[in-house]
Ligand binder design. Structure first.
Ligand code: AMP
Ligand code: TRP
Length: 343
């Protein structure tokens, strides 16, 4: 009898803002929802990652709850997915330690996101936690590995996480080589069309909560009027044609990418529809589509946030399901590494 393959998905998102933005939603979170249909899914609000930069305790607590509520509101279904808070499953930190001992200092020092993030405050002032952040991320992922040879492990993220995913694969391989086959190599799941949504005011830069101005970023929880205004005022390029041209028309191209993803229509169809109409009608329709997509998410989020007990119950159940897998993996890891078993 052949054993059924275990097909798992793991992803995480930091609770570092009161609202997710459209880049998070289109680049990653929509995939989280879609993958529930065919995978065993684990989704994690990564609060340990959030404290790699100075964070107010009250903000962290509020944002962790808001993150969970938004995920449920977007369609992460607690009946099908384990939705949990990273710090509720201490094996994440424990495996990170073991993997950290397999990571070269020079290797960790290659991570471009650390360089970008630490450049703001100066490397000397950056925390060691920020430096080892990608190793904790590798632990998040590998804890949910099916047994090697018996499944797959997919990680839906945006383009900016590609290098971290490579490190996870390298560390899985190294662990397997040193201690015996333990982990499958995780695969990044980065749909090209939405891998990088850009800033509405600076369309060659990534839409980002840390570097975009409020005008450049659509928050999932923006009031409808606010979201509408931001789209109407988005930078468009010289000319009047609604056509995709990354080099010469990055602004319009980004709006086309957003429109296409929200409507589920190919960019070419949109180009045809708006041929000769100018930017005005195109933006108006995109603004309406954006508001129609986000308004129900916002309403559901507010309802969920009004019932702390229900949200805590969801997260409690999620942590239980995640723990069942994480403790099993960690028991194998401890044994392979040579830690003496507790009597
Ligand atoms: P962050 O908010 O940077 O922690 O990102 C959370 C998730 O959203 C990650 O999977 C990112 O890769 C993805 N993401 C963030 N910004 C963008 C963007 N502008 N376009 C596409 N995906 C993004
Ligand atoms: N580093 C990711 C980001 O900034 C968040 C993250 C933490 C993550 N752990 C993860 C993503 C595990 C995927 C899998 O978006």
């Amino acid at each position: 009898m052949s054993q059924a393959a275990t097909r798992r998905v793991l992803s995480g998102i930091q609770p570092t803002a009161d609202s997710f933005h459209l880049g998070n939603y289109l680049g990653a979170l929509r995939q989280w929802v879609a993958l529930q249909d065919s995978y065993e899914t684990f989704y994690c609000v990564v609060d340990l990652h959030a404290i790699t930069v100075p964070t107010e305790p009250a903000d962290l607590r509020r944002r962790s709850r808001r993150a969970a509520a938004q995920l449920v509101a977007m369609g992460v279904d607690p009946a099908r997915s384990a939705l949990f808070v990273q710090s509720h499953v201490p094996e994440h930190a424990e495996l990170a330690w073991v993997l950290g001992c397999l990571t070269g200092f020079g290797e960790a020092n290659q991570m471009t996101q650390f360089k970008d993030k630490s450049a703001k405050q100066g490397t000397a002032a950056a925390s060691v936690g920020l430096f080892t952040y990608p190793i904790l991320q590798a632990a998040d992922i590998l804890l949910y590995s099916p047994p090697p040879g018996a499944g797959e492990l997919l990680v839906p993220v945006g383009e900016d996480q590609r290098q971290h995913l490579e490190l996870s694969r390298t560390l899985a391989q190294r662990f397997n080589h040193r201690y015996g086959e333990t982990f499958v190599l995780p695969d990044a799941h980065i749909p090209k069309a939405t891998a990088k949504i850009t800033d509405l005011q600076e369309p060659t830069a990534k839409m980002s909560k840390s570097s975009s101005t409020p005008q450049g970023i659509i928050d999932v929880l923006d009031e409808p009027g606010v979201a509408r205004r931001k789209i109407m005022r988005a930078i468009t390029d010289t000319g009047t044609e609604v056509t995709a041209d990354e080099q010469n028309k990055p602004g319009v191209t980004n709006l086309l990418r957003i429109f296409s993803a929200l409507a589920g229509e190919p960019i070419e169809d949109l180009e045809r529809r708006y041929a000769g109409t100018g930017y005005g009608q195109f933006k108006k329709d995109l603004a309406q589509l954006t508001v129609d997509t986000l308004a129900p998410i916002r309403e559901r989020t507010e309802k969920l946030l009004a019932d702390d007990d229900q949200l805590d119950r969801i997260l409690g159940q999620g942590a239980e399901r995640a723990s069942a897998v994480a403790t099993r993996t960690m028991a194998i890891v401890r044994d392979r590494v040579g830690f003496v078993g507790r009597g």
